[in-house]
Ligand binder design. Structure first.
Ligand code: PLP
Length: 445
């Protein structure tokens, strides 16, 4: 078979494959052939700074020798064993997880994605509590299968689940001070949006769990106010409702702690994660539960599983990823460099009238673009996004690509989340490109 040209690769990809980007007419995927450190390399050999770690997942950067060796070793030794067997990879990873996960989470279910890990979490919560309803928040993303998209609050749930969403999920307002859904001013709201969740629990009854992204990801890197998460914990405990932390994106050092919940010292009953657990070298998701839940399943049948559950080739590189993060001190590095990145992004806000808010923690930031700072009107709505309309943020991201940087654009904001190994020079390069191209948005303010 003759080697395919870059153009052929792009055309075959576009015409023969489904993908969520596809609904954007004229989708023209980049032919990626290589990647190294914080850069990806296309078919013409052009390098791009990866300013969002692909989908906020390539935390260790590309070509980490230890992770690659772990994949190869596991493939050579034992590529697959059905989940009913014990494997060294699973035992090693489980032991290591006890070291790095928030305290109290001590029983694990391994999947191949964050979506599946959330599905497991919902089933566990419903089985354990004997209750049915899940409270999720409007600005949220929890995955794309029927259950997890039903628990997704943003309008993707309508676009991605045409048959209508599964019952059993109700939505709460998000803890978003910049655009408070309850109309409060940030400082003195008394955690009104958390209290509203208590109101829902009491009035709905039958609530099994509340699921939150501790720092909301794709919906705009939304950091809740200080008292929110402790208050939510208090409410859940009081009403025997489980608190599920979806740390698929916010985990693994991204926010300057191993897990974002640590910023508030709050222990979830269930923690779901994926992405950074293997730094995206292989597909792995995790649903971790606390002792109470684990004890329940000692006596009750856990009716759940996948062929690829706890797949050895996904587990061994997770061990290597965690050890590499520890060796390189990447969680501390994320906290430290995050201060630098935050400062640089705030400088952009002083120069560009289109930047409404800069928010984030660690190496996880959003630039929220607005047409008008006073009204906070965004450049596009979620409806525009799901209709496939050309969006200004995507055009700006396209200009950045032309200049050698990829960055995730979403509705009216950018998610800036470079690999945790990023250098200050690379941060400067990325911020300078944003600086250059944000002028395009300023003109429309
Ligand atoms: N939960 C959150 C917070 C996410 O950001 C994502 C993906 O971006 C998911 C769940 C779904 O994970 P996956 O894409 O691995 O299925």
């Amino acid at each position: 078979m003759a080697e395919l040209t870059s153009q052929e690769v792009v055309d075959l990809t576009r015409t023969l494959n489904y993908g969520t980007w596809r609904f954007q007419k004229g989708w023209m995927p980049m032919h990626v052939v290589d990647a190294e450190g914080c850069e990806i390399i296309d078919g013409d050999g052009k390098r791009y700074l990866d300013f969002s770690s692909q989908l906020m997942c390539s935390n260790l950067g590309h070509k980490n020798a230890a992770v690659i060796a772990a994949i190869a070793e596991q493939a050579q030794q034992l590529a697959y064993a059905m989940p009913g067997y014990a494997t060294t990879a699973r035992a090693e990873l489980s032991q290591l997880l006890l070291e790095v996960l928030p305290q109290g989470l001590n029983k694990f279910f391994f999947t191949t994605s964050g979506t599946e890990a959330n599905e497991a979490a919902f089933k566990i919560a419903r089985m354990y509590t004997g209750k049915n309803k899940i409270i999720a928040r409007y600005r949220s993303y929890h995955g794309s299968t029927s259950g997890s998209i039903a628990a997704t609050g943003d309008p993707r749930r309508w676009a991605m689940e045409p048959a209508g969403k599964l019952p059993g999920v109700i939505f709460a307002p998000e803890a978003f001070c910049y655009r408070c859904p309850l109309g409060h001013a940030a400082a003195n709201c008394g955690n009104a949006c958390a209290n509203y969740i208590e109101h829902m629990i009491v009035n709905e009854s039958d609530v099994a769990a509340v699921i939150v992204e501790p720092i909301v990801g794709t919906n705009g890197v939304i950091v809740p106010p200080e008292g929110y998460m402790p208050r939510l914990r208090e409410i859940c405990t009081k009403h025997n409702v489980l608190l599920i932390a979806d740390e698929v994106m916010s985990g693994w050092g991204r926010t300057g702690k191993w897990f974002a919940m640590e910023h508030w010292g709050v222990a979830p009953d269930i923690l779901v994660t994926a992405k950074g657990i293997t730094s995206a070298y292989v597909p792995l998701g995790l649903c971790a539960t606390n002792e109470k839940i684990a004890a329940y399943f000692d006596d009750h049948y856990f009716s759940h599983g996948h062929t690829y559950e706890a797949h050895p080739i996904t587990l061994k590189p997770a061990v290597a990823t965690i050890k590499e993060m520890q060796r390189l001190g990447l969680v501390e590095r994320s906290a430290e460099l995050g201060l630098y990145l935050g400062e640089k992004l705030r400088e952009l806000q002083t120069r560009h009238v289109c930047v409404g808010e800069v928010r984030g923690k660690g190496l996880f930031w959003a630039l929220d673009l607005v047409k008008n700072r006073a009204t906070k009107e965004p450049f596009a709505t979620y409806a525009d996004k799901v209709s496939g309309k050309a969006l200004l943020v995507d055009q700006i991201a396209g200009k950045c690509v032309a200049d050698g940087m990829t960055v995730q654009s979403w509705v009216s904001h950018f998610v800036i989340a470079p690999p945790l190994i990023v250098s200050k020079e690379q941060i400067d390069f990325g911020v300078a490109l944003l600086d250059k191209h944000l002028a395009m948005a300023d003109e429309q303010c």
